[in-house]
Design a protein around this ligand. Structure first.
Ligand SMILES: Nc1ncnc2c1ncn2[C@@H]1O[C@H](COP(=O)(O)OP(=O)(O)OP(=O)(O)O)[C@@H](O)[C@H]1O
Ligand SMILES: [Mg+2]
Length: 502
């Protein structure tokens, strides 16, 4: 790279040459004889004289640089990268190129020219900078491309207007309300069970048992109780017995968490023998912590929420499904976290009947609440992110800052290590405005160039919906543009303005 300058000292080209990096030399081209220009009169350097003709009072300070296109992004990291194809949802303006910015995570994965290998999206930003609004606009605009949306736990009830606008009534969970969800329900896999042939019934049974085990591991783990092979055998055997799977019943019986707990607390002889214990006393001693953890879920603050058969009729094929959880807020973070874990299992059930090409956007707003439950909760999220390619899901995680995701345990713990890796399972990162300290944290974790970091801590802070979009290793400075109806649907400042958008 050479800069035409008269200052003394070694030039950049000479310095780089010391490191074996050759910069293109200025070509010595014979100047061809000057042709007569097409314009009769050349335009003066400062523009034509005269009112309204755009004459500059002082000429623009131009400097001349010469470098290869490979070197350009090192000196100007945010110079518009080659654009993305105009497919998917049109989100707003790409301010570096001046063109429209389109978001199409699954399209990006299938396009070899775009350095993205999974369709997961993580959105960070200070409160009120427009994270949720951007995601709501994406969900809404992707509807036209056949995507359905699942909001896995709406802790502020802010997705309700969007659901109603799409003709779907969101479910509301809370103490004393009629809606109940049985996390151990069959979900859509249970439909038409009696008509299934033996092989299909066995296949579905295996999927169900695997999902229940993941869920129970998360729920028991949230009480800081280990869930090892002993617990797994006891729970698996009890479930097989209670559902009738053990006896080869053609129609399985649905189990609830209190029934499971009772079976473990007063184990029938088949259960004791099935788990290979010498006697009941032996079984009860070995499963004490497991039974206590399940018992506290049944009798604790979540009593009446997840401990009976599901009372809501879920339309698994609606354009959007959401569960409002704000009524759980008074019960504390762990109650919300446990509810999110149960909903996660619910969300997986939804995938179990998905046909190929059934595309979903799964929104996990306030992800950190679930992560706080510990390593099993983090693991289950990790599994979902890894399967997103297979399931054609766009998993979207929203959080204020990366360290929120790392509250999963003590600093060096396994949960923190998995949580840190989760960021690498999201190839698309949307970085809304952040304070300087968080900007530094983001910069270090994601390897942001200082220019990119300044976009996040400066430009993006100054407006709602402004964000640096990292699509693989390409950066885009994007302003999300909301239409008037979308502004109404995404308005979350009621408490501050006591009304709707101005
Ligand atoms: N691109 C945009 N243009 C105009 N207004 C916007 C835009 N994005 C968001 N807003 C408005 O800003 C407000 C806050 O947005 P939003 O609720 O999405 O923030 P958030 O980052 O999710 O906040 P929190 O962290 O508290 O959940 C909303 O009222 C929304 O309508
Ligand atoms: Mg939000």
């Amino acid at each position: 790279m050479t800069r035409r300058c008269d200052r003394r000292g070694r030039e950049v080209a000479v310095l780089l040459d010391d490191f074996g990096h050759r910069l293109p030399a200025r070509p010595t081209v014979e100047q061809p004889p000057r042709e007569r220009g097409p314009f009769a009169q050349p335009v003066p350097r400062r523009g034509p004289r005269g009112r309204g003709l755009g004459r500059a009072a002082t000429p623009a300070p131009l400097t001349v640089w010469r470098m290869t296109s490979e070197q350009t992004p090192v000196v100007w990291p945010l110079i518009a990268t080659s654009g993305l194809p105009p497919t998917g949802a049109q989100m707003g303006i790409d301010l570096l190129s001046g063109g429209a910015f389109y978001c199409d995570p699954i399209g990006w994965v299938t396009d070899d020219d775009i350095p993205v290998t999974n369709p997961n999206v993580v959105v960070f930003g200070k409160p009120g900078r427009g994270k949720s609004a951007t995601v709501k606009a994406l969900a809404l605009r992707m509807l036209g491309f056949g995507y359905r949306t699942l909001v896995l736990g709406d802790t502020k009830d802010e997705y309700e207007p969007l659901c109603r606008a799409l003709g779907v009534e969101p479910f509301v969970l809370g103490s004393g309300l009629p809606a109940r969800i049985n996390p151990l329900a069959f979900g859509p896999l249970g439909s038409g069970w009696e008509r299934l042939d033996e092989a299909e019934a066995r296949r579905r049974g295996a999927i169900l048992f695997a999902r229940w085990l993941v869920l129970l591991r998360g729920l028991v783990g949230s009480q800081s109780v280990p869930f090892g092979p002993v617990e797994e055998t006891a729970v698996g055997e009890a479930l097989r017995l209670l559902t009738g799977h053990r006896t080869g019943a053609s129609r399985l019986t649905e189990v609830t968490i209190p029934r499971l707990w009772r079976a473990l607390d007063e184990p029938p002889d088949e259960l004791v023998a099935g788990c290979r214990y010498a006697d009941r006393r032996h079984f009860l001693d070995a499963t004490r912590t497991l039974r206590d953890a399940l018992g506290s879920l049944v009798k604790g603050s979540l009593a009446g929420l997840f401990d009976d058969h599901t009372t809501i009729a879920v339309d698994w094929r609606a354009p959007i499904q959401s569960l409002s959880l704000s009524r759980l807020e008074p019960l504390g973070d762990s109650a919300v976290g446990i509810a999110l874990t149960c909903l996660n299992s619910w969300g997986q059930a939804m995938r179990e009947i998905a046909d190929p090409g059934d595309l979903r956007i799964v929104i996990r707003d306030e992800t950190w609440r679930q992560m706080r439950l510990g390593v099993e909760a983090v693991r289950s999220l990790d599994a979902n992110l890894r399967l997103s390619r297979r399931d054609a899901d766009v998993q979207i995680l929203l959080a204020h800052k990366p360290s929120d995701m790392l509250t999963a345990g003590d600093a060096p713990s396994q949960a923190v290590a998995i949580a840190r890796d989760l960021l690498h399972l999201c190839d698309v990162k949307v970085l809304h405005g952040q304070d300087q300290a968080v900007g530094d944290e983001l910069g270090a974790m994601l390897g942001l160039a200082p220019t990119a970091q300044r976009v996040v801590t400066g430009w993006a802070v100054a407006g709602q919906g402004r964000a640096l979009w990292l699509v693989g290793d390409r950066a885009f400075k994007v302003q999300t543009v909301l239409t008037a109806p979308e502004l109404r649907l995404t308005f979350t400042n009621e408490a501050l303005t006591a009304g709707g958008p101005a």
